[in-house]
Design a protein. Structure first.
Length: 411
């Protein structure tokens, strides 16, 4: 019995020593690293699948519209890049940044116009947006793979740990873009279309719109003696336009004629905080626009130059809600946004004043009657998208994409 006790004691001490040395040498970290790496690789496969599905959807859409060499076009878009301007010397950085953005946008338009000569403008903008979403999914997949391989190569367990911790957020972002691709190809208004829809409702569905910039339009309306000048991106294609540039040009021309606006109002979708109600309408001061600089600063500069009060109205929503088909909660609150804009105008201006209202956002599915055309001609370009907003307020949503999404779509 004494011998057995001695053996058990010796083995226990040996095991303790082995475990202690293993922990001291980092065996627990290696085991944890293996678990983290395996989890990241599993999610990386999901990201790759989302990327491939997006590529197939985009190529199928382009082929359906008789595109030439769609694979080559998509590959060019996926590898296209824009180098940020020098920011050590901030002088004229906005002008340089705007030039790069315009050059990129122009190149994209030329690329798809050449590749899809038989498609109309709306179809080309949808193909362009689909290609950009595919490029985003491709970049997410490549970047996550880069971080994983770098962490493994350098045995940097901290890098891999950080990557594993943020992978759920990365996957959620990628899945959102994947769903958005479906919605953009359908051509229905998205959450970010809230601003343009408010502009259309203020103008009235029979208003005739004029072109300011290639992708931006404006019209005039009247509200209790006030003259309204309404600006939005051209729809029903996937366009955000150049609202800052267009507004700047419009106000400059008005001032030259001796007409100075008494008020400017920007209306846009805005990201809500977790816990806030989707569709909440709020007002404030400043330029409500999700822009990296060039468009936003034009609002601020023209307002400051002529001392025009710059007001903002926002419709709050989550990021996923902003780029997916507009939910009923958001649609139902657009009338409240319209009333908020009207109240600001009536409170802060008097009859005879001019007010510029800018509906900021993507005009996908938000059509308009262009000057010199009739309603039927404009609608026929993209009936499925246009009718949802041009003919009546968008308060009814398409059927959920999958059974599992029915509850979410109702919310």
């Amino acid at each position: 019995m004494t011998d057995w006790a001695a053996w058990i004691s010796a083995i226990s001490q040996l095991l303790f020593l082995v475990i202690f040395l293993a922990l001291f040498m980092g065996a627990n970290q290696r085991l944890q690293l293996y678990v983290w790496t395996k989890d990241i690789r599993a999610k990386l496969l999901l990201l790759e699948d989302l990327k491939k599905r997006a590529e197939k959807q985009t190529l199928d859409y382009m082929l359906d519209k008789k595109a030439k060499n769609p694979s080559k076009i998509l590959e060019r878009v996926k590898n296209f890049f824009v180098i940020s301007p020098v920011d050590i010397e901030p002088t004229d950085i906005i002008r340089r940044l705007e030039h790069l953005i315009v050059t990129r946008t122009t190149k994209y338009k030329e690329l798809f116009k050449t590749a899809m000569p038989e498609a109309n403008e709306v179809d080309r903008t949808k193909a362009e947006t689909a290609a950009e979403i595919t490029a985003v999914l491709d970049f997410i997949h490549r970047y996550v793979r880069h971080l994983l391989l770098t962490g493994e190569k350098t045995k940097n367990w901290v890098l891999i740990m950080q990557l594993q911790l943020v992978m759920p957020m990365i996957v959620q972002l990628a899945e959102t873009y994947s769903k958005a691709l479906n919605d953009f190809l359908v051509g229905a208004p998205i959450g970010d279309s809230a601003g343009p829809i408010v502009a259309v409702r203020l103008a009235g569905y029979e208003a005739e719109w004029k072109t300011v910039d290639e992708d931006t339009v404006y019209t005039e309306a009247e509200l209790e003696g006030r003259k309204l000048v309404l600006v939005k991106a051209k729809g029903p294609g996937s366009n955000v336009g150049r609202p800052g540039y267009a507004t700047y040009q419009i106000i400059k021309e008005m001032v030259e004629k001796g007409e100075k606006p008494a008020l400017m109002i920007t209306v846009d979708a805005a990201l809500k905080m977790e816990g806030e109600e989707t569709g909440t309408v709020a007002e404030g001061v400043g330029a409500a626009i999700g822009d990296i600089g060039p468009e936003k600063i034009r609002f601020e500069r023209i307002a400051a130059e002529y001392k025009i009060p710059l007001r903002a109205v926002i419709i709050k929503m989550g990021m996923e809600e902003a780029i997916l088909t507009m939910k009923k909660k958001i649609s139902d609150n657009l009338d409240k946004a319209v009333e908020t804009v009207k109240n600001i105008i009536l409170e802060e201006t008097k009859p005879g004043d001019i007010v510029v209202v800018i509906g900021v956002g993507n005009s996908i599915g938000v059509g308009q009657k262009l000057e010199g055309t009739n309603k039927e001609q404009e609608t026929s370009v993209e009936e499925q998208a246009n009718e949802q907003v041009l003919e009546k307020p968008a308060n009814k949503q398409p059927e959920p994409r999958e059974k599992g999404e029915e509850k979410e779509a109702e919310e």
